[in-house]
Ligand binder design. Structure first.
Ligand code: FRU
Length: 449
């Protein structure tokens, strides 16, 4: 099978050539390329097929090559899925750690019994050919308070030691992370756990972020109670401040489609976050499924720290080079634009931007609202709200089937899929003057299956 064409194919977001995509995995810079691995089920657009790792690489985050499926569930320790994980560079070798998922036959709940969650280590010299899977941790190595759900190793190097964080569910249904350390990437020692009260039953895809000694723990918790302007999706993703304990959880993204992000550091020291622009178990739909593929990743976003310690996200600066012709749309005016485009505007008070006549982005001075007024355009998505008492600017990157909205310098971000009938869309603005840039598409080539 090969690349499936379709009218909603994105111009700026990485998608699976066919089948299903979920979490980004193994993000790194190695051997002259950015590497973006991802959870890939090539056989089926609904995610039910064999879970593998697909692989994209790029010298500049603009020209991408899909090299194919690089990790398959082909050993007893990962036979039911090559689940999420991460990559670290040591010398000339890329070391990958992922969760090998195993489901035993029999009468099991697959939470307290019947599931194996192995941390598997593989190496690669070129990012594509994987050598020697070796299990370095299995369920018997995790603390006794853990259920069978322990997964998504993220590894990094800190003060001369390799460290690993894993997401977990305890036997009394509490989400937490487990820390391990190693001197040689083979032997791992348990260093402790971290959690906070009343914060969901499972934490997936943990990541530890360090900005000059200021630490943050990113996790994707499941089981949080939904609110009007928070935790609106089925599952969440966000970051805690991590000083002596965990405080102040902030959601990374307030839109409909964002889960299981991962970060990495570029050679010039920028911390970049990339997420799945999707979530499992959603009540809305993506009409690319009948075409044979589903989901994409977010744009790579640079994370910076605001003076109050909040984390800001903005599209990587590389994307500016894709900007073409500029159009000004003044307060009260409308325009027709070809997707993809990049809108920026200063905000001085309440405003409303409407795309395709049915995607309304509105700020009233207190709440920012992203609302679909047409069921088809949003695939059943309705409204998402973010509490925002101050907003100095907005940037919208609209692709062929998504929007990413960056507010107030990237302090609040909302991502959503959307499915316009045509690449030529209407845009009207009230309460601000917008600059709109046409965007060239990224170059993506497909070298493998
Ligand atoms: C998050 C997740 C991870 C797991 C992977 C399986 O979306 O559930 O915890 O490793 O997806 O595809």
């Amino acid at each position: 099978m090969a690349y499936i064409n379709g009218k909603w194919r994105q111009g700026l977001h990485l998608e699976p050539p066919q089948g299903w995509l979920n979490d980004p995995n193994g993000l790194c810079w190695f051997g002259g390329y950015y590497h973006v691995y991802f959870q890939y089920a090539p056989d089926n657009a609904d995610g039910s097929g064999k879970k593998c790792w697909g692989h994209y690489r790029s010298p500049d985050m603009l020209k991408w090559e899909f090299t194919g499926t690089v990790l398959f569930p082909d050993t007893p320790d990962d036979r039911d899925g090559v689940y999420s994980g991460s990559a670290v560079v040591c010398g000339d070798v890329l070391h990958i750690f992922y969760t090998g998922n195993v489901k035993e036959e029999g009468d099991h709940d697959y939470i307290t019994s019947g599931r194996g969650a192995n941390v598997i280590h593989v190496t690669t010299a070129d990012g594509v050919t994987m050598i020697a899977k070796k299990t370095v941790l299995r369920n018997s190595d995790y603390p006794d308070f853990c259920s069978c759900h322990v997964r998504d190793p993220k590894v990094w190097f800190e003060n001369g030691v390799w460290r690993m964080v894993l997401g977990a569910r305890t036997l009394d249904n509490k989400g937490c992370v487990l820390f391990y350390s190693s001197g040689d990437l083979e032997n791992w020692k348990y260093d402790g756990t971290l959690s906070t009260d009343n914060f969901g039953y499972m934490w997936e895809c943990p990541d530890l972020l360090d900005f000059d000694g200021h630490k943050y723990l990113s996790v994707s918790p499941q089981g949080l109670e939904h609110g009007d302007t928070k935790f609106q999706n089925v599952y969440q993703s966000g970051y805690f401040r991590y000083d002596s304990g965990l405080t102040d959880f902030t959601e990374w993204d307030m839109g409909f489609d964002f889960y299981a992000p991962q970060t990495f550091v570029t050679p010039d020291g920028r911390r970049i976050i990339i997420s799945w622009m999707g979530i499992g178990d959603i009540p809305y739909t993506n009409p690319t499924v009948p075409l044979g593929y589903q989901h994409c990743l977010t744009l790579p976003r640079e994370i910076t720290v605001a003076s109050d310690g909040a984390l800001l996200q903005n599209p990587v600066k590389e994307l500016l080079s894709l900007r073409g012709e500029k159009t000004i749309v003044k307060d009260g005016e409308s325009a027709e634009m070809l997707l993809p485009f990049d809108l920026t505007a200063n905000v001085t008070g309440s405003f409303e931007i409407t795309q395709c006549g049915a995607l309304v982005m509105r700020w009233d001075g207190h709440i920012f609202e992203l609302r679909f007024t047409d069921e088809k355009l949003g695939g059943g998505r309705t409204v998402r709200k973010a509490a925002l008492n101050k907003c100095s600017d907005i940037r919208v990157i609209a692709d062929k089937s998504s929007v990413e909205i960056y507010l107030d310098g990237g302090r609040t971000v909302l991502s959503s899929r959307m499915y316009p009938e045509s690449d030529k869309v209407s845009l009207s603005v009230k309460g601000l003057n917008a600059e709109l840039f046409a965007l060239r598409e990224m170059e993506v080539s497909y070298l493998g299956e």
